[in-house]
Design a protein around this ligand. Structure first.
Ligand SMILES: [Fe+2]
Length: 250
């Protein structure tokens, strides 16, 4: 087994193309996607076209689910995407499974059973993601039997092991290396500190699975222009640096 896992593209078509080019270069044709694919200010339709054209097995993230809400309940990230999505794109979203057993791996967007709950970390004081303690991580993985579970949602690349050696792998975000969420009080900031697209490669070697958490530099200029045209200047800044310097930091 040698596969790639991507997640949290958030409409960043250029980042997705860069990651897929690396997969092509590595000769990896088996690629799965953990969701949050189209919501964002970049190129939702172009992103959907690629995922559909390449028939990349994908599951539904919380932001994919939110695309299916009534128009008056759409969030800002979805309101950016919705005008560009065709009925075929939305059909694709509607048919995404919540989880998937894929090549012996279990795919879930966030914590099992809750597509919007952080698993490996939580929103702590200081408006930052803080790693959960062992009991919190184990509790959310209770009952999982797969040797490897893939999870996204937090945009933070990481691998941990549960009791019995079961692995939990978060590949990080393809297209959203930093974001500012002002729906919480106080507002919440997530920063990976680098603009590079992230993904994971899993390879079985001698009966054991090796995980590579990879970074891919790419040119975000075209995506930044699309974001600025929508007034999403902070997103343009975020994909250019991986930081969120315009959000006040006290
Ligand atoms: Fe996300």
């Amino acid at each position: 087994m040698r596969v790639a896992v991507i997640s949290d593209i958030h409409s960043n078509r250029a980042a997705l193309e860069a990651v897929l080019a690396v997969c092509d270069r590595l000769g990896i044709g088996d690629i799965a996607n953990l969701g949050d694919s189209l919501s964002g200010p970049f190129d939702p339709a172009g992103t959907a076209d690629i995922l559909i054209e390449r028939a990349i097995p994908s599951i539904m993230g919380n932001h994919d689910r939110m695309l299916l809400a009534p128009p008056e309940k759409l969030g800002l990230w979805e309101r950016w995407a919705m005008p560009e999505l065709t009925p075929a794109h939305l059909d694709w979203v509607r048919n995404l499974p919540e989880t998937l057993d894929w090549k012996g791996l279990f795919l879930t967007h966030a914590a099992p059973g809750d597509d919007a709950e952080n698993w490996l970390d939580f929103r702590g004081p200081g408006r930052r993601l803080i790693a959960r303690d062992r009991s919190g991580v184990e509790a959310r993985g209770a009952g999982l039997t797969a040797a490897v579970t893939l999870t996204g949602h937090t945009h933070t690349p990481r691998m941990v092991r549960l009791t019995g050696g079961r692995m939990v792998v978060n590949p990080g975000a393809v297209g959203c290396p930093a974001y500012f969420d002002d729906r919480t009080d106080p507002p919440f900031i997530h920063e990976t500190g680098a603009p590079d697209a992230r993904f994971a490669v899993l390879e079985e070697v001698g009966g054991k699975i090796e995980v590579s958490l990879r970074t891919v530099p790419y040119d975000p200029a075209g995506m930044q222009a699309l974001a600025r045209a929508r007034g999403a200047d902070t997103w343009a800044e975020a994909i250019g640096s991986g930081w969120f310097t315009s959000a006040s930091q006290s």
